[in-house]
Write a protein that binds this ligand. Sequence first.
Ligand SMILES: [Cu+2]
Length: 480
Amino acid sequence: MDSLNKLKQSVASDAVTQDSGLTRRSFLQMGGLGIAAAMMPRWSLAHIDSGFAYHYRLTAEPAKAELVPGFTTDVLAFNGDIPAPVIRAKQGQPVRIEFTNKLNEPTTIHWHGLRIPIEMDGVPFLSQKPIMPGETFVYEFTPPDAGTFWYHPHMNSTEQLGRGLVGAMVVEEAIKPDFDVDEVLILKHWHLDKKGGWKALTRPRYAARMGTPGEWGTANGVNNPRYNFRPGSRVRLRLANVDNTMTYQLRLKGVKAQVIAIDGNPVLNPFPFEGHKIGPGMRLDLAFVMPEAAVANNKVVLEYQLGKFGFPIANFASTSESALPKKPLPKLAMNPIPVPDIENAETLPFVFEWEGAISPVDEKGETHDTFWLINRRPWQGMGPGNIPDPVADLTLGKSYIFDLKNNTQYHHPIHIHGHTFLVLEIDGEPVTPFYTDTVLLGKNGRAKAAFVADNPGRWMYHCHVIEHMKTGLMGYVKVS
Ligand SMILES: [Cu+2]
């Protein structure tokens, strides 16, 4: 319990520091300084000049993109762009996103990992009505936590996410840590052939197993992009796995990096990065100092590993500029997430299992395969008349330990909305507690994850392998 006490102290003291930072910040803004536009990375979404600091217009629309060089692919894109624009918000400051649906089907937008009110969670029927083609819905919320998050539709997800509607959302700290480079990489394997033509996004045979993998690997929409950093730069690399299917076993060659945040949330003590798995929906923030060109042999490579082999995701080269003076890597403040009361927490078991059931066709002639179950129950296809009972009825303010058990041979990244888990145990072994919104269960894996049910509403609780979710592995918890 010693580690939990340390965590509690750190969360409390960081919250005080960040609060005083916020006060100073709002004071500066009243003085007319506003937001420094020059700080915005090149592909961040532009602010609307409305006097409201974090005000954006976002669309989802059909577009064309060159993913495989030399070929054009019909995609679905936010503001018509691949990669989707990074949405920048600030911890403790309201953000307003005027979203217009320019698709020819309904949609909603979910802000993955943000602890915000249920009305803004972007889940059809549970939290809002679907946004119909041509309609605009205004999402407005104040992110309590800083970090690397992401956004995506929560309707027809295999298609809408699969064809490109996936973007990063960066919530900056109330007091910004002093990195020289802050780069976002969104990782996605597209279901494309060598000429940029679409292949099947889902096949029942794979949906019932690990999910259907795409074949064209990209970071920020580009296969193995190159980034150039000045030697000595203190780099913060924000990695987000926005893939429908892939779990990436990551490694970094050519430099020693530190893990500074997992799934958006700073870790209490950064630790050396020696490989890490991120399942669909998960993120990882790394920090490193860019080596001199000669030391790095001109290249630092981010790879994912399959068996013995490494495949490049992105590479980083040192520029020929003189090295920046040595400075220590900045430390991130802990997010103000309540530390659960473990002694008095109620433990709830959740078993994730496989069943093979090809359902008969429905009235529209479509089949709805069911392959996956939570506590012996599948839920697939959301509709106004298709909301089952919650998988758990939680009392507002109470602490819970979810005892997660994967009785299958495949990975399941288990995601909860509106709350953030504190992971206590993995595969029966205690771990240094860390916060996450998505717990990756390995083959026949187990995990114990605790949280305070402090956000009232009906919150999705599902696997983030999209085909698993769509074929049964989803449910919701009710907090009241
Ligand atoms: Cu799954």
